[in-house]
Write a protein that binds this ligand. Structure first.
Ligand SMILES: CCCCCCCCCC(=O)SCCNC(=O)CCNC(=O)[C@H](O)C(C)(C)COP(=O)(O)OP(=O)(O)OC[C@H]1O[C@@H](n2cnc3c(N)ncnc32)[C@H](O)[C@@H]1OP(=O)(O)O
Length: 194
């Protein structure tokens, strides 16, 4: 690669994000992008089953209930699981841009512990776009959407082509995904974006 940019702040010349004209309307559920995804997949028994809803502009909200399988300390969510929830929420923003992108950097602040059975209320937005780089941030609150902040993250996503997954993924799962009509529908939605 050509050298890392450590900063999660958009550089001079970064542009405001542009919501894709066919992005889901504000309030609409985005749905899972892959049913085996640990973050949002319905077919993952121990996954987070995170549900994201489109917001205004390039923003969204999401919810995730911490289960016993997500513990790090007795009765408390594992920090890595909370970081996953933030990563998934931030990654889902790219659906509103209709850009396929993977996480390059994710910086997380853990502000307060999150007990098992708590619903984490997340909100996220894209801050700016610069070439293939998408700068975004997210906040997770407990006790309700306006409750105290428990976690925060800023991230840099890098745009990739579908080939990224085909070249790097394990054969069995790639073949299954390519044969799955739901997965083909997701891929086609991204292909209409030049
Ligand atoms: C509806 C869809 C919903 C999806 C939700 C998904 C949520 C989950 C999201 C994830 O967790 S994705 C999985 C975790 N991430 C990865 O597996 C990514 C692994 N890394 C890679 O595959 C490559 O490093 C990557 C594709 C990110 C970049 O490789 P490339 O060869 O395409 O790009 P290159 O290295 O040339 O870098 C392009 C630019 O990005 C910058 N960059 C790349 N990686 C970076 C990094 N890690 N940190 C900072 N900057 C980075 C790099 O410096 C450069 O900046 P400049 O253009 O200014 O020179």
């Amino acid at each position: 690669m050509s050298g890392r940019t450590a900063s999660l702040s958009p550089p001079a010349g970064a542009m405001p994000p542009v919501r894709h004209p066919e992005a889901p309307a504000p309030g609409e559920l985005l749905g899972s992008h892959y049913d085996q995804c640990f973050g949002c997949g319905g077919a993952q028994p121990h996954g987070l089953h995170l549900e994201a809803r489109a917001g205004e502009g390039v923003s969204l909200t999401a919810e995730f209930r911490v289960k016993a399988a997500h513990q790090g300390a007795p009765g408390l969510a594992h920090g890595g699981v909370l970081a996953t929830a933030l990563d998934e929420t931030l990654g889902s923003l790219n659906w509103l841009l209709r850009v396929i992108a993977v996480t390059g950097r994710l910086e997380t602040d853990f502000v307060r512990p999150v007990p098992v059975d708590t619903v984490l209320h997340l909100d996220a937005h894209v801050v700016a776009v610069h070439g293939r780089k998408i700068y975004s941030s997210a906040t997770g609150r407990i006790g309700g959407p306006d409750g105290p902040v428990a976690v925060r993250a800023t991230a840099l996503f890098i745009e990739v082509k579908v080939d990224h997954f085909i070249s790097h993924g394990r054969d069995a799962e790639i073949k299954a995904a390519l044969a799955d009509p739901d997965q083909q529908r997701v891929a086609r939605a991204f292909e209409v974006n030049p």
